[in-house]
Design a protein around this ligand. Structure first.
Ligand code: CU
Length: 229
């Protein structure tokens, strides 16, 4: 596997997952309709892609991959070998050339993606399952006809700024197609996290991103009071 690519140019990126016996893993359980989820972010968390590689045989995965700009990227393979627990493995990827790292966007409870506005309610509290409610509106109106994407109305990936610790976030089973999508996330520490929400509407998958600050329950509570909740 070559980890260096030319920025802005699609490559057929190939990799294998090696098991404890040193052999490529070929037997995977399906999770969220796929055997393997492949997340690629720039190290400064300014770029995010959620891809689904195809099996090319013999344990080899293949995916068309474009790293948009020069820089350092982190790829995560999220999968579950049959009969075992889920795993996330990471590798650094490089797009050659000079680059300028962008600062992490400030924490915010509202973000825009195209014509959509997504708001975040709930607080990330280290060491416990935190309920996050994401509400999707379009042109100011609640979206109530979200389309299922990978078996749910939304998928959320959370990464810790700095070391890019990858969090598993589980959606709450929901029969309602919006405007609210509920998740439970457990963060390991205080600090800044970048949240990426994939949702499908109008036959298109949209990704809304947020910076959220995880703080202890007491601090979060004090903040709530300050803001008059
Ligand atoms: Cu996926």
């Amino acid at each position: 596997m070559t980890n260096t690519v030319e920025p802005g140019k699609a490559t057929d990126f190939r990799f294998t997952v090696t098991g404890p016996d040193g052999k490529p893993v070929t037997d995977y359980a399906v999770e969220h309709e796929k055997k393997l989820h492949f997340i690629v972010v720039s190290r400064d968390l300014g770029s995010f892609q959620h891809l689904h590689p195809e099996e090319a045989g013999g344990g080899v995965w293949s995916v068309p991959l474009t790293l948009p700009e020069a820089g350092v990227y982190r790829a995560f393979a999220d999968f579950k070998p049959t009969g075992q627990s889920g795993l996330t493995l990471g590798a650094d990827l490089y797009a050659s050339g000079a680059f300028q790292a962008k600062p992490l966007p400030a924490a915010s409870r509202t973000t825009k993606v195209g014509d959509y506005t997504v708001t975040l309610d709930g607080d990330l509290v280290p060491g416990r399952s935190s309920k996050l409610t994401l509400r999707v509106t379009k042109d100011g109106k609640p979206v109530t006809d979200l389309q299922p994407y990978l078996g749910a109305y939304g998928h959320l990936v959370a990464l810790r700024a700095g070391d890019l610790a990858y969090l598993h976030v589980h959606p709450e089973e929901s029969k309602a197609a919006g405007p609210e999508i509920v998740f439970f996330a457990e963060v390991p520490s205080t600090g800044d996290y970048r949240l990426f929400l994939d949702f499908k509407h109008g036959e298109t998958v949209h990704t809304a991103d947020f910076t959220a600050k995880a703080q202890t329950a007491q601090t979060a509570h004090d903040d709530d009071e300050e803001h008059g909740h």
